[in-house]
Design a protein around this ligand. Structure first.
Ligand code: ADP
Ligand code: ADP
Length: 225
């Protein structure tokens, strides 16, 4: 299995730095939760860890269990895709049958049916159900679970999930959390949900952006002025 290491990562979109000296090491096979307030930079960490783009400073590397670094750069698209899969919060699904939307080249129908059952989707769809344009209309939570099914069926060695249980009721969220717990993959899971984070080996907190004060004009209680 492969792990992931972000070391001394700095990143900003414009002038504004979102991450500064950010460190995160995930051991091969480890399941790590990422939590923090809105705007803290969780989605930015997801994008950098997914090798969507490079950090301004510092490094993002895949690591092997023997600690020798595996030099897979963002340019090695095919190698990277086979290794690392990211499910975004509002990602798209292909239109067509469920099988076309979620199966990989060697996925069997039995595997599709199993994952639909484990994710509580077996009553809603079969491998032959048409979804998307002109097909069944699915709820946001059903679509989120199908995107997760698609990712899991690819058997990535590293799986990065942005809020996989955000649109789900308690029972469905529990099914997703239970499924994640059984995956042999290295996991990075952004979530606000206590139950989902509780299923991880470890939870990392990402701090809110700094609050700037004006040093020349400190706020003091009035009766001390
Ligand atoms: P995610 O972590 O999945 O990106 P968030 O919980 O951060 O989602 O965002 C929820 C909503 O809050 C979004 O509509 C987003 O545009 C908004 N938002 C994000 N960052 C900030 C911020 N710093 N201040 C206010 N609203 C924000
Ligand atoms: P989180 O996921 O924790 O809510 P984000 O990584 O989405 O945090 O955002 C961190 C900060 O970067 C926020 O202030 C957000 O407004 C800003 N930001 C995120 N994406 C972009 C972007 N594409 N362009 C400019 N600013 C962005």
């Amino acid at each position: 299995p492969l792990g992931l290491r972000m070391h001394g990562v700095g990143f900003g979109y414009d002038e504004r730095r979102v991450l500064d000296g950010f460190d995160l090491s995930i051991a091969p096979g480890e399941h790590v939760g990422l939590r923090g307030p809105s705007g803290a930079g969780k989605s930015t960490v997801v994008s950098l860890a997914s090798r969507l783009w490079d950090p301004d400073t510092g490094s993002v590397e895949l690591t092997s269990s023997t600690r020798a670094e595996v030099a897979i750069s963002a340019v090695d698209d095919a190698a990277l895709r086979a290794t690392l899969t990211t499910v975004e919060q509002d990602g798209a699904l292909f239109s067509g049958t469920v099988r076309e939307a979620i199966a990989g080249p060697s996925t069997t129908d039995a595997e599709i049916e199993e994952i639909l059952t484990r994710l509580g989707l077996a009553d809603a769809v079969t491998p032959d159900s048409h979804i998307g344009e002109g097909g069944l209309s699915l709820s946001g939570g059903q679509r989120a679970r199908l995107r997760l099914a698609q990712a899991v069926l690819r058997r990535p060695r590293i799986l990065i999930l942005d809020e996989p249980t955000a649109d789900l009721d308690e029972a469905s969220a529990r099914q997703v959390t239970d499924l994640l717990g059984t995956l042999p993959a290295t996991l990075l899971v952004v979530s606000h949900r206590h139950q989902t984070l509780a299923g991880m080996d470890r939870v990392v907190d990402i701090a809110a952006p700094e609050v700037y004060e004006t040093p020349t004009n400190p706020r003091r209680p009035r009766n001390h002025a």
